[in-house]
Write a protein that binds this ligand. Sequence first.
Ligand SMILES: NC(=O)c1ccc[n+]([C@@H]2O[C@H](COP(=O)([O-])OP(=O)(O)OC[C@H]3O[C@@H](n4cnc5c(N)ncnc54)[C@H](O)[C@@H]3O)[C@@H](O)[C@H]2O)c1
Length: 252
Amino acid sequence: MRLDDVHTIGLVGGGVMGGGISQVMALAGYRVICRDIGDEVLAKTRETILNTRFGIRRAVEIGKLDSTQAEAAISNLNFTTNVNDLAECDFIIEAVPENLELKQRVFKELDAIVKPEAVFTSNTSGYVISEIARDVSDQRRTQFAGMHYFSPVPAMKALEVIFIPDVTTPETTECVRGVGERAGKIVSMVRDTPGTYGFLVNRIYAAARREADKILEEGIASEDDIDKGMKFGRNWPVGIYESRNSTRQGWL
Ligand SMILES: NC(=O)c1ccc[n+]([C@@H]2O[C@H](COP(=O)([O-])OP(=O)(O)OC[C@H]3O[C@@H](n4cnc5c(N)ncnc54)[C@H](O)[C@@H]3O)[C@@H](O)[C@H]2O)c1
């Protein structure tokens, strides 16, 4: 799949991340079909996209979007509980809970339903992508990559694109990078590496966090002092512990 052939994006899971990713993709001009398992969840997803702090209407109020752009984005959004509605998607972004078996099962089901040329991506926080792709066809595995966003998606610019060496085709990698860039993200490329968890950003943060916890446990400095040092000495805008509190699931 070439970047210019991507028109419709299927979001699988409309929770914290799936909702945010749906929003940025709709704003980037893509038709979005967001699939979750219940109508109530999807109603909440829609409400979050439209009316919360990082939502589309707030963006209009504070002058980040004009109302024509907002209306265009809203009309790009579609919600469904029926997995078959994803059949004609050009590009899939999976954002179901962080459970390897669940993700493997979801992709196996999608592989049988979604058109063969579509690109598949996972927003896992750190599982090895080739393991998530274990049960898809050999062809689909060549069109498979990781696409790791950060929360809240409309506000956080970083995106890690993870390619499986010698498996993900260069065309797929470029397509995934391009979709991310069209949605306004700054992309870091990462090699999928068996035996690891966390790609780039989460691994580095976890290492810093381990060291900070040790400093805290040994009574060398307080949380507040660690955060002050990291904010004003290293330009980490929310330090170590403040960043832990700034997303719903901590360091994901
Ligand atoms: N929350 C974060 O800060 C963050 C950041 C980066 C990556 N992630 C990753 O993103 C993924 C999703 O995390 P989240 O925080 O959005 O979780 P969440 O619990 O808010 O949302 C997951 C959604 O998936 C739905 N779901 C479950 N099974 C499904 C299925 N078979 N088909 C379709 N939908 C299904 C659930 O109903 C729920 O709405 C995880 O892999 C997580 O590790 C999370």
